[in-house]
Design a protein. Structure first.
Length: 120
């Protein structure tokens, strides 16, 4: 979980510096809500993966697949709520959300691969 917090912190610093330097053409104002959302989802996924490792390693695949589906459903709900509320500059919102989704998914897969290789 510490790696997720550090990655979010570094990404937040980079986004903050981009906004302050005027390089925020494609950075949507709701990026901070997106960052908080993905940090919360990462925390939830981290806890579920710990349960999958501790309780029953044979059910690890089911835990992992359930976290993928959970992230997808929570992401659809998040995007749906913001689009329903009438967020402005929708292309930038969708692009930023998709970029963060790919970043956190790749980060999760990298961390999972690292843990599985260590435990093999």
């Amino acid at each position: 979980m510490l790696r997720s917090i550090l990655a979010t912190l570094l990404l937040g610093i980079a986004l903050f510096l981009a906004q302050k330097s005027g390089q925020d053409t494609w950075i949507h104002p709701t990026i901070w809500y997106m960052l908080a959302f993905f940090l919360g989802v990462s925390f939830l996924i981290h806890r579920l993966m710990e349960m999958g490792f501790k309780n029953n390693r044979e059910k690890f695949v089911q835990f992992y697949l359930s976290t993928i589906i959970g992230r997808l459903l929570l992401s659809l709900i998040f995007v749906g709520v913001f689009l329903y509320l009438g967020v402005d500059n929708r292309p930038a919102f969708i692009l930023d959300f998709f970029a963060l989704y790919l970043f956190y998914t790749g980060f999760e897969i990298f961390g999972l691969y690292r843990n599985l290789r260590r435990n093999s």
